[in-house]
Write a protein that binds this ligand. Structure first.
Ligand code: GLN
Length: 214
């Protein structure tokens, strides 16, 4: 998916918040841009090192992690991004973005790169072929107003978390009950599912608040 220039939000959505980049190499960039704009942040597309340098925080979208990994190398963003994460830049990754933020990835290509933004082992395409996509309502630590509808599309799960990683959500029931699907370490947040596609902005709001406080 190609990202287009970010339209100015309507007057009542005029950004007062932080400048948050959306990594715009591949994946569902527009959905994150829209969600950020609705949360009062200033979304910008990030494809170059100079653009990365300007943002307060970064969202890594859903898409295809191995393709994004390759493009991070092509666009010479891999090391600059690792450096910003090491320096404490807040980040949020959904699905492929979660995979990219992991410190270890299972069932990926041998040449795929990851960013080690969170001390966790993530299994790619973990829910298997029969259930490529599914939806479930889950409790998300730190979010008020009831469970959140979570949409999973060829999603990963988190198989191991290190010390200092907080588990924010697990699958509530069914064959995958207890699987970890949302985590946070410091100012880095990751979800196996796609909060950007449901219109429920609570995770994006949580992230924008976290960036404001950072
Ligand atoms: N299966 C994809 C990957 O490996 C992730 C899917 C998604 O982002 N919806 O990157």
């Amino acid at each position: 998916m190609n990202a287009s220039p970010v339209a100015a939000p309507a007057a009542d959505l005029a950004p007062t918040g932080p400048t948050i980049g959306v990594l715009a190499l591949q994946g569902d960039v527009r959905e994150h841009v829209a969600a950020l704009a609705h949360c009062g942040a200033q979304p910008v597309l990030v494809r170059r090192e100079s653009e990365l340098a300007e943002v307060d925080a970064l969202i890594l979208p859903g898409g295809e992690s191995t393709a994004i990994s390759k493009l991070l190398e092509v666009f010479e963003l891999l090391e600059p991004l690792r450096a910003r994460l090491r320096d404490g830049m807040p980040a949020f990754g959904s699905c492929a973005g979660m995979i990219l933020l992991a410190s270890e990835v299972l069932d990926t290509r041998p040449d795929a790169q990851h960013l080690s933004g969170i001390d966790m082992t993530v299994r790619r395409n973990a829910f298997g072929r029969q259930v490529d996509s599914f939806e479930v309502d889950l409790e998300f630590t730190g979010l008020d107003d009831g469970p959140m509808r979570a949409v999973f599309i060829r999603a990963p799960w988190v198989e191991r978390v290190g010390d200092g990683v907080e588990v924010l959500a697990t699958v509530p029931d069914g064959p995958f009950a207890g699987r970890i699907v949302a985590v946070r370490q410091g100012n880095v947040l990751a979800t196996s599912f796609h909060p950007e596609v449901t219109g429920d902005l609570r995770v994006h709001r949580m992230f924008v608040d976290l960036v404001r406080d950072a």
